[in-house]
Design a protein around this ligand. Structure first.
Ligand SMILES: Nc1ncnc2c1ncn2[C@@H]1O[C@H](COP(=O)(O)OP(=O)(O)OP(=O)(O)O)[C@@H](O)[C@H]1O
Ligand SMILES: [Mg+2]
Length: 500
């Protein structure tokens, strides 16, 4: 292994090495320092120059070089008085005796040599049982030949956040993860694909090209390709809860929805859309104002494209996806069945509004939650498949309105029911603290916005305060995985899906 420097200072939070000339370490690179019993892996977190020359001499010499007066003789190439000091932050310490590892609690010796890390240095990492491939280990900009896996059950049950600014490879990572999940069919994953980029079309590689796609992939679309499912959902299977956080509702409006739900059971939307002056008068006496109902009609009418019915007429849904009657009545249940069987279910969200896509996701997850609560009560939850839902642009439904909706419920108590969330977002800063604190794994990709980086650093399971600069400089596909299940923040590179 190539020696790149020698430990000359620092403390337990970060050591300083004097860099060997020509080593040219970069931010984010990994270096290894060993003692008799332990091996430590560090990440380069800062660099600066060092010199032993007295300032006047230094300035005079630099001056004579730039002015070209006596250019060559001032600093010989191998002048040991000029060097670079590289700050390295400890990631992990590994026992040479039994290969066990932990977050660093000791330091290597003064003047120990530091070497460039290689894939062999990570042999202490064992493959987890229900593995999900996330990418290859990475030392700065170089990819190491070492596949990094996390345990899918841990990742999903305790939720995962994928955060990056636009174009840094979030969707690519999701595709790579789903491909891997389809290999073993052990997890049910629900995905609303707002850009229709996961399934693949024609010659474009997508999850449809997976060798087990026939068995492990289900695709719903408004206009499905041959052999795939047409997205049709009966509004009878939608509950007022599915609108929370999606429509902005006043407490009075929420109350009115609940009233209709109680009175008309699964026909609550249809009955709400029916203009019935007699009924409205009666409701006024119960404290539900006509204006509240009219406003709800407008909101629901816009959302599901329902035409209000005058007296004596039936309300009519003009949307191709929704139906007021029984058509599509089994869709929510069918999707929940597929998830329970460990399938990846993609809903093509590109041709429906974001809002209606989220309503459908909510209805499905509510059904899964209901079933899994039942399994827990009857004592069979252990045998069930772990289910996860991927939410893109998560702050929308995890934001301040999240309180009562199913996604908020999943983040707070899903882990008790084997239901988890993968939140994909550009804006972590607007996700409430309570939710961020409940997310066990954070995959941090490149972000130029200092505020977003700060928020990620503050809410990460490991102390990443030294890595601000490293995070700022992450390129496409590069990330740092910080998880309550790994003992150190792991730098990885997720390969391009098309090249898997
Ligand atoms: N690991 C990678 N290596 C090389 N190129 C990549 C990698 N990941 C993604 N890209 C490329 O970068 C572009 C953006 O990737 P992607 O769509 O995954 O980003 P994103 O973070 O999801 O962006 P958005 O926020 O806009 O959804 C794509 O063209 C993709 O091909
Ligand atoms: Mg994307």
């Amino acid at each position: 292994m190539e020696v790149v420097g020698s430990v000359v200072g620092g403390n337990n939070a970060a050591l300083v090495i004097r860099e060997k000339k020509g080593a040219e370490l970069e931010l984010g690179e990994l270096v290894v320092v060993e003692s008799e019993a332990k091996k430590y892996i560090f990440m380069v977190s800062a660099m600066e120059f060092g010199t032993l020359l007295e300032e006047g001499r230094l300035l005079t010499s630099a001056g004579s070089m730039v002015e070209g007066t006596r250019p060559r003789i001032e600093f010989p190439e191998d002048d040991l008085r000029i060097f670079r000091k590289v700050r390295i932050t400890p990631l992990v310490e590994i026992s040479k005796v039994d290969g066990s590892y932990r977050a660093p609690r000791s330091m290597p010796h003064f003047l120990s040599p530091a070497k460039r890390a290689s894939s062999e240095d990570f042999s202490f990492l064992k493959r987890p049982r229900n593995e999900i491939f996330l990418g290859k280990l990475r030392s700065g900009g170089s990819v190491l030949d070492f596949d990094y896996y996390m345990d899918g059950e841990q990742m999903l049950s305790h939720h995962t956040l994928i955060a990056a600014q636009t174009g840094r490879g979030k969707s690519n990572l999701v595709k790579v993860m789903l491909w891997e999940i389809m290999n073993h069919g052990k997890f049910g994953m629900l995905v609303l694909d707002v850009h229709n980029e996961y399934f693949g079309s024609g010659a474009n590689k997508g999850l449809k090209n997976h060798p087990k796609a026939d068995r492990n992939l289900v695709y719903y679309s408004k206009s499905p390709p041959p052999g795939q499912k047409k997205l049709k959902v009966s509004l009878k299977t939608i509950d007022p809860e599915d609108l929370l956080g999606i429509l902005e509702l006043s407490p009075a409006q929420e109350g009115a929805l609940q009233l209709y739900r109680r009175e008309f059971s699964h026909d609550w939307i249809k009955e709400l859309m029916r203009e019935d002056p007699q009924r409205e008068k009666e409701y006024e006496r119960k404290g539900v104002q006509g204006v509240t109902i009219r406003s709800l009609r407008r909101k629901l009418g816009n959302l599901f494209k329902i035409r209000c019915a005058m007296e004596g007429e039936e309300p009519c849904c003009e949307d191709d996806v929704f139906d007021l009657e029984g058509f599509g009545e089994s869709t929510i249940k069918d999707i929940a069945d597929a998830l329970e069987r460990g399938r990846v279910v993609i809903i093509d969200g590109s041709s429906i509004s974001d809002d209606t896509g989220l309503v459908i996701m909510s209805a499905v997850m509510r059904e899964v939650f209901r079933r899994y609560e039942g399994y827990k009560d009857e004592g069979t939850l252990q045998e069930r498949v772990q289910v996860g839902v991927i939410l893109e642009e998560a702050p929308r439904v995890l934001g301040e309105l999240y309180g009562g909706n199913i996604f908020g419920r999943i983040t707070r108590e899903g882990r008790k029911f084997k239901i988890g969330l993968v939140a994909v977002t550009q804006m972590v800063s607007v996700i409430p603290d309570e939710i961020l604190a409940n997310i066990g794994t954070k995959i941090i990709m490149g972000n130029e916005m200092a505020r977003e980086r700060q928020r990620l650093i503050e809410s990460s399971p490991q102390d990443l305060s030294q890595y601000e600069q490293v995070i700022a400089g992450l390129e496409k596909g590069e990330s740092i995985v910080s998880s309550i299940f790994s003992k150190f923040p792991v730098p990885i590179y997720t390969p391009l899906f098309e090249e898997l």
